[in-house]
Design a protein around this ligand. Structure first.
Ligand code: FE2
Length: 337
């Protein structure tokens, strides 16, 4: 029989992973009028760890009032249950603030609960991506796409904020970087079952994207292509067609099928972004990596069954992760067969 979820225990274990110390200060951020159901769990778990806690309810998480910013600036750990995009919070990371975002429903938090092993594998992927000069992606659907790398740092999410300056999200396990400006070229064929975020849709057919010198220049296909074209055109902004971050999913317990079990308000999409061996393609800005290309339209597109090569080394082959230090270890019973 399935065990009931123990949210109190999960939050205690999460704050242990975040290295919360009794001498530290925690801010818990949520939204006025729609507070997260995790607010009490987060406050109780932090108080149980003997940390001091400030509880913040704000009307607009992406434009925080001065009092909230001051409280966050004095904190060691921000538990962000409102998904703040206030740039002043990101600047506070430089002072050592740790930020943990938690938005997904309890069963996803539990199924994808991060581990130190996830951290180890994600950091190995980040390290490998960090010294790559080229990425080449192919698929049986027709993708044949190359970028140059090296101008932007690699990053990863592993699901907890354990070190000063770390921003992370519970759950998540994937690695990303940004292509050098203007270097992306080739064809990307989005296939049936690939996903669009933030739309939270599965594609039902193929969409062929032609990419020249960093930008999508042509979009062909059926209804899904019409939809994407219409989204892009609605912004009247050439930067929406740029290639944004690229990477791959590393979560042992993320599920491609998860979107089929939730309505659109029920999940934020970490399963889709993190499921094991996906190629995470995206479009739009590169400002979060220090680039200058700003645009409000950012689409994450996890793709299945792709092969990703870094400097001709196979990192993902048809959705299977290859490097030993990034792979999920096979259960010994299966390994012996
Ligand atoms: Fe993204």
């Amino acid at each position: 029989m399935a065990q009931p979820l123990n949210l109190s225990r999960m939050w205690k274990d999460m704050l242990d992973l975040c290295n919360l110390k009794p001498t530290e200060h925690v801010a818990v951020l949520t939204r006025v009028g729609a507070p997260s159901s995790y607010a009490k769990n987060a406050v109780w778990a932090a108080e149980a760890a003997a940390a001091s806690v400030t509880y913040l309810e704000v009307p607009d998480p992406s434009s925080l009032p001065p009092t909230a910013l001051a409280a966050i600036a004095k904190s060691d750990l921000l538990i962000d249950l409102a998904f703040s995009h206030d740039q002043r919070v990101f600047k506070t990371l430089k002072d050592g603030l740790r930020v943990l975002v938690a938005l997904e429903p309890p069963e996803i938090l539990a199924r994808m609960f991060p581990t130190q092993e996830d951290r180890r594998r994600c950091l190995a992927a980040k390290h490998r991506l960090g010294y790559a000069n080229t990425m080449h992606v192919v698929s049986d659907a027709g993708t044949d796409f190359t970028v140059s790398l090296g101008d932007f740092a690699s990053k990863c999410q592993y699901g907890f904020a354990d070190e000063p300056g770390r921003w992370d999200q519970w759950p998540g396990a994937f690695v990303t970087t940004y292509p050098n400006d203007g270097s992306a070229n080739g064809t990307v064929v989005l296939d049936r079952g690939d996903m669009l975020f933030p739309m939270k849709n599965y594609l039902h057919g193929q969409v062929c994207l032609t990419v020249k010198d960093g930008f999508i220049t042509n979009i062909e296909g059926g209804l899904d292509a019409d939809f994407l074209k219409d989204v892009f055109e609605s912004y009247n902004d050439p930067n929406v067609y740029a290639i944004s971050h690229l990477g791959w999913g590393l979560s042992a317990n993320g599920r491609w099928n998860s979107l089929g079990f939730y309505d659109k308000a029920g999940t934020e999409g970490q399963d889709g972004r993190a499921f094991y061996g996906n190629f995470l393609f995206s479009t739009g800005p590169n400002t979060s990596a220090g680039g200058t290309r700003a645009t409000p339209c950012h689409i994450d597109i996890p793709m299945r069954n792709c092969s990703v090569f870094l400097d001709n080394q196979a990192i993902v082959l048809k959705g299977e992760i290859m490097p030993d230090d990034q792979r999920v270890p096979m259960p010994t019973t299966l390994a012996a067969e």
